[in-house]
Design a protein around this ligand. Sequence first.
Ligand code: ATP
Ligand code: MG
Length: 405
Amino acid sequence: MNIKAPRGTKDILPEEAVSWQNIEKIALELFTSAGVKEIRTPIIEDTNLFERGVGDTTDIVNKEMYTFEKGDRSLTLRPENTAGVVRAYLEHGMFRISPPVKLWYKGPMFRYENPQAGRQRQFHQIGMEIFGEKKPTADAEAISLAVQFLNRLGLNDLTIEINSLGCDECRKKFREKLKFVLKPYLPQLCEDCQTRFEKNPLRILDCKNENCNKIFESISEQKDWNKIDLCPECLDHFNTLKDYLRALDIKYVENPNLVRGLDYYTRTVFEIKSFNLGSQNAVCGGGRYDNLVSLMGGDNTPAVGWAMGVERLNSLLPQKTEELLDYFVVSTDSKEAIKLVNLLRNKGKSAEFDFSGRKFTKQLEKASKVAKKAIILGEDEISNGYLTVKDLSTSEQIKTDINNL
Ligand code: ATP
Ligand code: MG
């Protein structure tokens, strides 16, 4: 048998899991300190949820979903978690909670992509959503939590790119402007962009095709062709957000080409990048999605959120090493040894013992790799009711009893 993990998936082995635990621990601490509650939604959802909630002009829905039939249902492995969180928010009447409702999640997502560095088919995200506040205060809180999270992990060399896509009216005008400018170049653009031109011209700005990008650069000389003209309300929203970010000492860069890959964004969009990562340098993406909740059948509910890729995050961080156990019990009497480790664990200490009862020297060798101290439980110790404790870093040895540990 030579079965391997499916292409685009990875085992997270014990040595690497330590770093994942650290990332998740810091997320839990930060979100708890900010009143953000954890939510866990199913990994499988109704396919319609993503068609509606992510948008049927996106790559995710058009090309990347893992969809299967069961009975007369079409189900899909979640490619992202915002749609699922919005579904749960509505299904459980969380709109009755006094706003804002702040939720966070962590877990695996699935996209049928071309696997490469920083891009897998099963990958993990940590993300958060804020429901019920349309003021830029919520956008600032969301961005600030993302930055604080990265800082607490030890990442300070970040570029925070922001843009505003405006409201429905602003985007409508912008689409017309884009189509007008791009029309003469249409035959030269890639196939995807030709479809986008009719279905969702904004997405053209997000194109990764080199040739398209060259064309865009050549039109850049026509002043501001790719810049959205915001209505007074949207402009005020964006300016206030920037004011808050400056007050928080968060350095940002405005990127007029930032449109993000999902259909549902309105007004604020942002991306956090790190330049240690090669070509897939985005660790966090997010934005405001004021239309999504009503699109999914709820009342008009403004919302803002973000998601981070845990694999990409992890690859930026120095790897954590496993912590040593408090004690390793060295004994040839496994019954006495298992009794002692049980007692130690109940006292809140971490402890392991050797199952085989092999020679002390072999057991001590293992002990020095995994624990801070060895407790030696030989015949004399057992019959006279004491313990010999050896500090494995100094080799210092003392006699004591269980109550003095
Ligand atoms: P990209 O432009 O890199 O494809 P995206 O816009 O599709 O990213 P989002 O859907 O906003 O990304 O997801 C947020 C974050 O999740 C990304 O910034 C990235 O860190 C991570 N991510 C997205 N897709 C993958 C993937 N296939 N493998 C690993 N991480 C991913
Ligand atoms: Mg993508």
